[in-house]
Design a protein around this ligand. Structure first.
Ligand code: FUL
Length: 700
């Protein structure tokens, strides 16, 4: 076997010839990445920050008619943002320098609609400067989002605005040091304030913004910056705002087919195998439902399992992850978001702590059983610049990693040597367990990085069989890990019939529970299937990791009577056949009355039999764009659905901002029917929505 090939990541594609002691590198499979794309590719995970006028108007898309006076953060600290991003393991920050409403976070010369006319720092602030400096001080890259659509600018729709847009781009790319990414949004045209015109202005997505000129400006002023848009030219949108790529994900696309607002955007999720340009995907998603901060979403910050899933389905599927953090009205990243970002980082550190592939002996054979000229050991030498390749014309091969002793693994990380292009089309991962080979996974593309999660196996060998590729294989890296079991408290839910489910994301974790309020131990009941709870009961549960005998603190949930025999008997308006959604045990589903109703709305529920009632509960709607939340209520009880007794009335304090379950107690009252009436709702009429209604009963 000849010596291994060592190629600098940067010059690999240029250096086609090598010294006589080395093997000639495989011919690139076009298209291949540019130097700026290669540098960007290695960042992997970085932050988006949506913070601008919308933060103060509680909007997602401002109209453009806002006043700079409304932009007034009280404790703004760009240093906190940068520190959080760094502590979270992120490599950079991209900020909404200007969103669709046109407000500029820097004192631009192009418009009066900017921080210079705001109360923040008495108009002397420059947030782009502050953040660029904070990023530099923390070793983070800095990027800008500049919305082409500008709902404030009077000239929008004319060539004059395009010059203004270009000038804004010049300012941002000239005055704030190195920019690693310029983010152009696809949203365009439509209604706006436009300097007071308040009208709809249509533009041609493909031609109006003169993209060639905008790109030339970026190239001239920041030659190392990548440009993001639906179709690049350097980085593409992943085709959803949920933070995932398809399992099959090519970094190549037929780029000339794409333009802003491309209707076939679904194809962005998997790229084009026969793509003409290198155009890797970036997956953007917010840690909350909205891109901007809304106090009403404080309880909807994504959980650790959700964030982990996003990471594995973006970074683990050959995309980069752009995770959005909505900075709040103070000008700080909210405490809950900080906690979750650090929790994700902590878990990722644990998942990828020890690469056990380093301790294996690597060997490779091609489809004919011959060993390959390139050293297989280049894949587990922890050096991304070295790679293993098959000989010319060979696209099928197997690489085997042999442990000295049986070793547990549940993650494999694969990387193609992308300076030479993306090649792999199909592969199988197998493990040798107790002398027998078993299939672990069967997948398609690899690209810059592919991570597979699987149930832990105690293997003597792991092998990857590459079945199909666009050219000879070129693999720079294989890593193997035994990620710890994901130990988080179980989620406790109950359906309408009273079946209780205790769910944990990791099957290797065991759940123990009690029904008498006591703290569960490993001697308590072990959860193995849903169980029935029809009468008032507190479920207390822990998650337990058999691997190291660690456990979570107990989590409790109280359930009153089950809703099996409940029925919605009447509603003041709305589609009654759907009304079961307000008693289905799931606050994430909702039911609403007719839109535009002008009278207070109510629902009447038959509980099936008489109870001694002591309270009721109301979950407001959990939708991203909530409506019809009850702020003032009246609650009545009846034995016969004829004569009613009002048992409670009042206000659900701060419910719009804090959309959690409301629990109201009242004097014990006998009844079989309950009525919840909305005396006041959030909104301009009486349209009323219900996430879930429940009762509290007196338990003997
Ligand atoms: C979208 C925009 O319209 C949203 O407001 C947000 O900025 C998101 C990242 O991109 O297209």
């Amino acid at each position: 076997m000849k010596n291994s090939v060592f190629r600098s990541f940067w010059i690999a594609t240029l250096a086609m010839y090598t010294s006589c002691s080395q093997v000639a590198p495989p011919v690139p499979v076009e298209p291949i990445p540019s130097a700026r794309q290669l540098a960007w590719q290695q960042l992997g995970y970085y932050a988006f920050i949506h913070f601008n006028m919308n933060t103060f108007t509680n909007m997602e898309w401002g109209t453009g008619g806002e006043s700079p006076a409304q932009f007034n953060p009280t404790e703004l600290d760009a240093g906190q943002w940068a520190k959080v991003a760094k502590d979270a393991g992120m490599k950079g920050i991209i900020i909404t320098a200007k969103h669709h409403d046109g407000f500029c976070l820097w004192p631009t010369k192009t418009t009066e609609h900017s921080v210079k006319n705001s109360p923040w720092k008495n108009g002397r602030g420059d947030l782009i400067k502050d953040l660029s400096e904070a990023c530099r001080a923390n070793g983070l890259k800095f990027g800008i989002y500049l919305s082409p659509w500008d709902r404030n600018n009077a000239a929008y729709g004319t060539p004059e605005y395009v010059s203004i847009f270009q000038e804004q781009l010049r300012e941002l790319l000239t005055n704030y040091g190195d920019i690693f990414e310029v983010w152009f949004d696809g949203a365009n045209g439509g209604s706006g304030y436009y300097g007071g015109a308040n009208e709809t202005r249509k533009i041609d997505n493909k031609t109006y913004y003169q993209w060639d000129t905008a790109i030339a400006i970026v190239r001239e002023l920041q030659p190392n910056a990548v440009i993001f848009s639906d179709g690049g030219p350097d980085v593409r949108w992943v085709g959803n705002e949920e933070g995932w790529a398809n399992e099959t994900n090519w970094s190549t696309m037929r780029r000339d087919e794409i333009y802003p607002g491309w209707p076939r955007y679904i194809e962005l999720r998997s790229g084009h195998e026969n793509g003409t340009h290198w155009l890797p995907a970036e997956a953007d998603v917010s840690i909350r439902p909205g891109w901007y901060y809304h106090a009403a979403e404080d309880h909807q910050v994504k959980s650790l399992p959700q964030l982990l899933d996003i990471y594995y389905k973006s970074v683990g599927r050959n995309a980069s992850l752009l995770l959005n953090i909505p900075v709040d009205m103070r000008g700080l990243i909210h405490e809950t978001d900080v906690r979750q970002l650090l929790a994700l980082h902590d878990q990722l550190q644990k998942d990828f702590k020890i690469d056990v592939a380093k301790n294996t002996r690597a060997s490779a054979t091609d489809v004919r059983g011959n060993s390959t000229e390139f050293e297989a050991a280049n894949v587990n030498d922890a050096t991304p610049e070295t790679y293993w390749a098959t000989n010319d014309g060979v696209t099928e091969a197997t690489i085997t990693l042999a442990f000295a002793a049986p070793t547990e693994v549940n993650r494999i990380l694969l990387q193609e040597y992308i300076p030479l292009g993306q090649r792999i089309k199909a592969f199988i991962v197998e493990a040798e367990v107790a002398g027998e080979w078993k299939e672990i996974d069967r997948q398609t593309t690899v690209g810059y990085k592919r991570i597979l999660r699987f149930a832990s196996v105690k293997a003597t060998k792991i092998r990857v069989r590459f079945l199909e590729a666009k050219g000879p294989l070129a693999l720079s890296n294989i890593e193997l890990f035994r990620a710890p079991n994901l130990l988080i408290p179980p989620q406790i839910t109950r359906n309408r019939e009273g079946m209780v489910t205790l769910s944990v994301p990791d099957k290797a974790v065991i759940v123990y529970y009690t029904l008498d309020g006591s703290k569960p131990t490993t001697a308590s009941v072990k959860y193995d299937r849903p169980f029935l709870i029809q009468t008032p009961t507190t479920v207390t549960a822990i998650s337990y990791d058999p691997l190291d005998s660690s456990e979570t603190s107990p989590i409790r949930r109280y359930f009153d009577i089950a809703k099996t025999d409940w029925n919605v008997v009447s509603t003041s308006s709305g589609k009654k056949s759907d009304a079961f959604k307000l008693i289905d045990g799931d606050p994430d589903t909702f039911w609403a009355t007719d839109q535009g109703v002008t009278e207070p709305q109510e629902v009447v529920i038959d509980l099936g039999k008489e109870y001694l009632l002591t309270g009721f509960t109301y979950w407001p709607i959990q939708e991203r764009y909530p409506f019809g939340i009850i702020t003032n209520y009246e609650f009545s009880v009846s034995i016969n659905n004829v004569s009613w007794k009002k048992v409670a009335q009042g206000e659900f304090g701060n419910i719009e901002n804090h959309r959690i379950e409301q629990v109201i107690h009242f004097m014990p009252t006998k009844g079989r029917y309950i009525k919840l009436k909305a005396i006041k709702v959030a909104g301009s009429d009486f349209t009323t929505s219900f996430g879930e209604i429940g009762v509290l009963t007196h338990s003997e």
